[in-house]
Design a protein around this ligand. Structure first.
Ligand SMILES: [Fe+2]
Length: 184
């Protein structure tokens, strides 16, 4: 027990978690293989486009501790498929997570061994993601960033292979109606 009490704050002006000590940016080139579009000749400027940013408050990765982060997914799409997070499962599969919508309009995709579910992510809406469900968030507002807060056990770990071995059953595309699902 080395962690002392502390405070974080959701900084809605800067789209970050105030007090965070870990920042990351994911660009299209980091996750291109997760999109349906395949073209080896994509131009460099497109590949450098930032898709999402995460600011995370780190604590010891021990049972009982909780990690928190703010994720900002920028508005946009890659050849029609909306900007999204890579998606992951947890190495400790029993570990759960809660997402709380702060700004914008998104979808949380959830996939376990044989079932797909999704929930709308809107300001004030909290989504409980049970253990064993891979999770990905999609920004379905082409005009505005999506901002959400996450909290999960610090010993969860990230399993990015999980979404390759057991992909999300549906992809989310821009549409005249707003968005549409396409089965993979
Ligand atoms: Fe997670």
């Amino acid at each position: 027990m080395t962690q002392l009490p502390f405070v974080t704050r959701i900084d809605t002006a800067n789209h970050t978690l105030e007090g965070a000590d870990n920042f990351s940016e994911t660009r299209l080139k980091d996750m291109r293989s997760l999109y349906s579009y395949r073209n080896s000749n994509e131009d460099d400027a497109t590949l450098e486009t930032i898709v999402y940013r995460v600011s995370r408050k780190d604590v010891p990765t021990e049972p009982g501790e909780l990690l928190q982060c703010i994720t900002e997914i920028l508005p946009g799409d890659y050849h029609g498929e909306f900007f999204m997070t890579k998606g992951h499962g947890h190495k400790q599969r029993e570990c759960t997570e809660i997402y709380l919508g702060i700004a914008g309009y998104g979808l949380v995709l959830m996939q376990n061994e044989n079932e797909f579910r999704f929930e709308e992510l809107l300001p004030g809406r909290a989504i409980y993601i049970p253990g064993g469900w891979n999770h990905r968030t999609v920004n379905i507002d082409p005009q505005q960033y999506l901002l959400f807060y996450s909290i999960w056990p610090a010993n969860s770990g990230y399993d990015y292979e999980a979404v390759i071995k057991n992909p999300f059953q549906y992809r989310v595309f821009r549409d005249t109606q707003g968005y549409r699902f396409e089965e993979r």
